[in-house]
Each structure stands twice: as C-alpha cells, then as structure tokens.
Design a protein around this ligand. Structure first.
Ligand SMILES: NC(=O)c1ccc[n+]([C@@H]2O[C@H](COP(=O)([O-])OP(=O)(O)OC[C@H]3O[C@@H](n4cnc5c(N)ncnc54)[C@H](O)[C@@H]3O)[C@@H](O)[C@H]2O)c1
Length: 423
C-alpha cells in the first residue's frame, strides 16, 4: 500500500510542503483542490499535479485517494476533517484541530472507532527547543517539572498574507481569538514535560488599535482580545504560562519556550541564546549553567552567527529555517535531505525550523503501518481544547475553568517506530 493524497488549499503554507509530498518514496499520487484560479494554476504548473476547483469536486472525482491533507484557513479545519474521515480517508491537517470542543471530540471519536489516521501537523513539536527539552526531560535532567513558559508571538499585520484569500472579509477572520491558535505554544511545553493541564484561567488584552480587527461585531467570534495570557494547572501539579499575542513588536522566533523549570534543572531561551542550568545544591552545593545554543540553533543560523550576514538582510529567518543538531534527519527519506539548501524563508520546504519533512514522514509512516503518529489525536486535542477553554475563561473575566476529560489512545494502538520502515 502507498499513500495517494488529495491536498486542499494552496496558500503559502501548503506550497511549502509540495516538494515533500511529491518526492516521498511511499507517496504514489498527489492531486489538489483550490478555490482561487491563480493558486490552482500555480500548483498545476509548478508541480504538474491535477487540480480541482473545490474539496468537494476532488472527493467526487478522485475516489481512489486514501488520504486528505487540509490546508484551508485556521477556522475551517474541523468540519472538513470530519467529512474526510467519514469518507474513510486518513487526514493530515494544519493546526488547529478545530475551533469547538464538539469538532475535536468528534474527530477523537472517529479516530477511535475507525482507526484511521488523524494527524495534526504541529510544526512546533519539531522545533529544536522543544525536541531538546523533550529529550533532556526524558533523561531526567530537569527533575520534576515545576513551572514553564511558552508563547506564539505574531503580529496580526505581519500575518496578513495568511488571510489574503478571504479578500475584503480578511479582518472578520483575522480577529479569531488568539487562544484558538495556541497549539504551537501548548505542544512545545506539554510534549516536553509529558503532561497536560486540568484547569485554566486566562486574561485577555482588549485591543485598542482601532483598525476594526478586534471588538464586538468586528469579527466572526465577537472577540475583543488581540493578546491572551493563560495560566494552566497541570495534571502532575506544575504550573504553565502560555502567551498568544497578535499585537506585539517582536520579530523572530515566533514560537518558543522561554523557560522550563524543573526542581533540579532549568532551560531558558531568548532568541538565539539557550541556557541550561543545574541545581545540585541538595547533594553537593553545586550550581552550573551551560550555554547549549549550538545544540539547538539551526545549522543555517550557526553558519552565519558571527557575521550575522544574510543574503536578503533578514537574519530573523535564520532562527526559523533548516535543521538543527537535535533533529534525527537519518530517519528521513534521502530525497528530503537534498531539499535543505532551498530558500531561507520560514515557509520553505525546511521552514518552521526544519519541521515539515518530519511531519510529512510521520504521517506517511502512520498511514502505511496503521500506527499512531508522535502527535496523536489525543495530544492534538489537549493542545487545541486548552486554547478553546482559555478563550472562554478570558471572556468570563478570567474565571478558572476545569478542562474536559480527553482520555488516552486505546492501549493496543501503538505509536510508530522508526525502525519499522527504513529508506
Ligand atoms: N506553523 C504552522 O503550523 C502554520 C504556518 C502557516 C499556516 N498554517 C496554517 O495552514 C493553513 C493554511 O495557511 P495559509 O496561510 O496557506 O492560508 P491561505 O488562506 O492563504 O490558504 C488557504 C487556501 O485554502 C483554500 N480553500 C479553503 N477551503 C477550500 C475548499 N473547500 N476547496 C478548495 N480550496 C479551499 C482557499 O481558497 C485558500 O487559498 C491555515 O490553517 C494556517 O493557520 C500553519
């Protein structure tokens, strides 16, 4: 069996995956669907794939596809995922999983019942700081988790490209509650500490810019907040702080962990500097702090770090493009490794910190073996639902809310093992 995939939505993000779908050795067929004629034409010309005018047309005319990849707008994923799963397809979807609890729970139900693969393409799961913290945490370097901070800072005007397909209506969707798009922040921290929250409280910053993106009646959610800050009480007792800011004067990186504090070890990150501190005071009164930046920063960044020189003057993109030492590139198809030399832009094929190749390969491996991808649907549900409840809390004046029971994957549904398939 091989993957035959139908891709929906050809904005910038989707294009950045195309070389991966078309060169993966276990992908046999790629077709696409896009409403906008110029995007449809570009996809056809650039990748030679058959293109349809809509998701519906593609599903009708390509009954033999066994997978669907969803790259529609952030608020549109849930219903399309559910529809595709009900048609018996495996689904790869851009984040978030959905924007309502019902959508997320229905996807979980379908996954459990059908054992079809649902994979949320969480780029930040493979961000080097998250991979590094996950590995060190597993080794015990942090001890017990006590507190952590992560965030996704992306000014809404800098994200305009992501909403342009909506034409004049772009502000109505750009004003989506920041916490509905919080899976980047949540995934980095929750996956590093292998825990999830049980209670959430969240404060909203009421926007004052006056450009008709945020406020009652201004967007499809009557959302007044451009920035939201959530405090989470984790199941094993630690506390986390998550920021989702859409009015914010930062540049890059956008998603990162600023601090992961264990009772014996601490990671702190700031831009391109990453420190790891150990507190062995209880044993031998030792306290050490080590600069681990070279283990985490991308090779692209390391190559130019002393001169800070960049062809197009955008040193910020070097934080976000290409692989890093923490990435297990040996597990990837050989065809992917040559792609690293492509543009530095964060949405290049190795954009978002080299995460795209891992995500495509996780999905293909999961479909072929029938096993769960590393970001399984239950993890995706924790990342997504926590944000949905955080926004609910902010709208209630920061009331503390209990999160719903999400449960675990069935015990007999294993996660992929990278030894199962060798390229
Ligand atoms: N790091 C990340 O994980 C990351 C980064 C960027 C974007 N994203 C997500 O990826 C998705 C795509 O982002 P984008 O910036 O490319 O968005 P975009 O709006 O530019 O592209 C979405 C495209 O989907 C098309 N579309 C929607 N419904 C369709 C249907 N039923 N049939 C055919 N075409 C349809 C639209 O016409 C549009 O061209 C969004 O959900 C975004 O949030 C994730």
């Amino acid at each position: 069996m091989k993957v035959k995939i139908g891709i929906v939505g050809f904005g910038e993000f989707s294009f950045s995956y195309m070389d991966l779908w078309t060169t993966h050795p276990l992908v046999e067929k790629v077709v696409g669907a896009e409403f906008l004629p110029e995007r449809r034409q570009k996809a056809h010309e650039q990748f030679g794939i058959k293109m349809y005018e809509s998701y519906e047309e593609m599903m009708e005319k390509e009954p033999d596809i066994n997978c669907v990849a969803i790259f529609s707008q952030r608020h549109q994923h849930g219903p399309m995922v559910i529809d595709a799963m009900k048609r018996g397809k495996h689904v790869f979807s851009a984040v978030p999983m959905g924007i309502t609890e019902d959508e997320v729970m229905e996807i979980l139900r379908l996954a459990k019942e059908t054992r079809q693969i649902y994979m949320m393409a969480e780029t930040c799961y493979y961000f080097p700081c998250a991979v590094w913290c996950r590995e060190k945490f597993k080794e015990g370097a942090f001890g017990k988790f006590v507190y952590g901070e992560s965030q996704y800072y992306h000014d809404i005007m800098d994200m305009f490209g992501s909403f342009s397909a909506q034409g004049d209506k772009w502000k109505r969707v750009a004003g989506i509650p920041p916490m509905f798009y919080s899976t980047h922040s949540m995934s980095m921290l929750f996956s590093a500490i292998d825990d999830y929250p049980v209670d959430v409280t969240c404060f909203g910053y009421e926007d004052t810019q006056g450009d008709d993106i945020y406020g009652k009646g201004k967007n499809d959610w009557d959302n007044p907040f451009s920035n939201e800050t959530a405090i989470l009480h984790m199941k094993k007792g630690g506390i986390a702080r998550i920021n989702e800011f859409r009015r914010c004067g930062n540049v890059r990186p956008t998603s990162y962990i600023t601090g992961l504090y264990g009772d014996t070890g601490t990671y702190e990150g700031s831009g391109n500097q990453h420190l790891f501190s150990r507190n062995d005071a209880y044993n031998d009164h030792e306290f050490t702090s080590v600069d681990v930046s070279d283990e985490i920063n991308t090779f692209n960044f390391l190559a130019d770090k002393d001169t800070m020189k960049d062809g197009d003057g955008r040193i910020d993109y070097k934080y976000m493009s290409g692989f890093s030492r923490v990435h297990n590139t040996a597990r990837l198809p050989k065809s992917f490794l040559n792609l690293e030399k492509t543009a530095l832009y964060p949405t290049s094929v190795v954009g978002h910190n080299g995460s795209h190749p891992f995500l495509v390969d996780d999905f293909v491996r999961a479909v072929i073996t029938g096993k769960l991808p590393p970001v399984n649907p239950w993890m995706a549900a924790h990342y997504t639902i926590t944000g949905i409840y955080a926004h609910k809390s902010a709208m209630m004046g920061a009331k503390t809310l209990k999160l719903p029971e999400i449960g675990e994957p069935p015990a007999d549904w294993e996660t992929i093992d990278f030894d199962d398939i060798k390229y």
